[in-house]
Ligand binder design. Structure first.
Ligand SMILES: NC(=O)c1ccc[n+]([C@@H]2O[C@H](COP(=O)([O-])OP(=O)(O)OC[C@H]3O[C@@H](n4cnc5c(N)ncnc54)[C@H](O)[C@@H]3O)[C@@H](O)[C@H]2O)c1
Length: 388
């Protein structure tokens, strides 16, 4: 039985608890920690976790206590992901940390070093890989049926009301680390890296804030990244998009494949223009292949928690590792730097870049607006986490 502690009992902890409770025969929640311990108590009662579940108001107090646990789920705001994760790993605990993995590439490297040194397992939440549409797009891209990827178009479009950025840690470069490019498109950028199976070598970007004058950070960005083989990806990150249309379209050499699922395939006439009949044979193959991929047993956070528990049980690597989390942060850092400095940025982000270090982004970021007031908590607890 894997014993689990959760640090940060706000919104997203609900997804973690629901996921963990699916696997009652494999894991047990033994401790909850929040700087507002009354929030942890409320969560313990809400899920009827039992009075033996210990409540702590700091993760160090929890680590120094005699409560025994194997895994810590870190569900706090991003600016403390690295410090809490490293403290836990230094005490021999395995860590599953929420997205975004950390506030800098340097912190990602420090977390990876702590994982290795302590011989524990670090996983990073990117739960949308465990969505049928995303997982099946990856499978079909890997099948090679559509040919090599020439252009990826990533739509990370979300909508958040103005008050979303009133929460004390949101909308600040220091505590949230960025706007939707980091906190929302993090999902799609993880998927892009996963599906492409490689990282880009350069990035250009435009950042702006058009709707949220209570946030320092961008609320809209458009990036273009290029791979070594000449292919490109366009990444739209937004919290100003009504309808929240999200997805990934891959224009491959022989066909377009996308999620939500759609396939198109052209063949040319002798003058190079596309035929009216399209490539029906390839379209049939693509649709048959897609239809025959079995659905995932568990989706989203529950799917990732299942995979992470299996990794701990069997001593294997989880699907989403710290290395994956770092690749995502690295690309997002490049997008930010390209936007701040209005120039093309080369990847990877190495130690000699001032943006590699923790504080590099905070100290050099464009402040679109200043945050003049904040709320400690919202009364509404319901959130949505996107479809793809
Ligand atoms: N995977 C997803 O789809 C998804 C969705 C929403 C949020 N998130 C991520 O989850 C994390 C938390 O977001 P949220 O929306 O739940 O925020 P939240 O503010 O609702 O919850 C965070 C909780 O952490 C507590 N906390 C803050 N600092 C702490 C510390 N040092 N030690 C212990 N507790 C601390 C806060 O009091 C709060 O209860 C963020 O990294 C966010 O990006 C992920």
């Amino acid at each position: 039985m894997i014993k689990v502690a959760i640090v940060g009992t706000g919104n997203i902890s609900n997804m973690h608890i629901n996921g963990l409770l699916e696997f009652k025969d494999r894991c047990k929640i033994v401790a909850l920690c929040d700087i507002y311990p009354e929030k942890a108590e409320k969560i313990r009662d809400k899920y009827d976790l039992g009075s033996d579940v210990k409540i702590f108001k700091s993760h160090t107090e929890m680590l120094d206590s005699d409560v025994d646990f194997d895994v810590v789920h870190v569900c706090t705001p991003p600016y403390v992901h690295a410090s809490i994760s490293i403290d836990c790993m230094n005490k021999g605990k395995n860590v599953l940390v929420e997205k975004p993995m950390a506030a800098s590439v340097e912190e990602c490297d420090q977390m990876l070093e702590a994982e290795k040194r302590n011989n524990v397992t670090l996983g990073v939440i990117a739960q949308n890989r465990f969505r049928n549409g995303v997982y099946k797009l990856k499978k079909i891209a890997d099948s090679g049926l559509a040919g090599k990827i020439c252009l990826a178009r990533v739509d990370s479009q979300w909508w958040r009301a103005h008050c979303y950025y009133d929460l004390w840690w949101r909308g600040t470069w220091e505590k949230e680390g960025g706007g939707p490019t980091l906190n929302h498109a993090v999902h799609h950028i993880d998927m892009l890296n996963w599906i492409e199976g490689k990282s880009p070598v350069e990035a250009t970007a435009v950042l702006t804030n058009v709707m949220h004058d209570n946030a320092e950070v961008e609320d809209l960005s458009l990036a273009c990244v290029k791979y070594e083989d000449g292919s490109i990806a366009e990444i739209l990150s937004s919290v100003v998009s009504h309808g929240e249309e999200q997805g990934i379209t891959l224009q491959c050499a022989d066909a377009k494949i996308s999620m939500p699922w759609n396939a198109k395939a052209e063949v040319g006439m002798d003058n190079g223009f596309p035929t009216d009949s399209h490539n029906q044979e390839l379209l049939k193959k693509l649709n048959d292949y897609y239809d025959n991929i079995p659905d995932l047993k568990y989706e989203a956070h529950t799917g990732e928690i299942d995979n992470y528990l299996s990794a701990i049980e069997s001593g294997t690597r989880p699907l989403i590792t710290g290395e994956d989390g770092k690749r995502t942060i690295e690309l997002i850092t490049a997008i930010y730097v390209a936007g701040f400095e209005k120039r093309t940025i080369s990847l990877p982000i190495t130690e000699d870049s001032k943006y590699y270090k923790t504080g590099g982004i905070v100290n050099n970021a464009i402040h679109f607006y200043e945050k003049k007031s904040f709320v400690e908590n919202f009364t509404e607890e319901k959130i949505t986490v996107g479809n793809y």
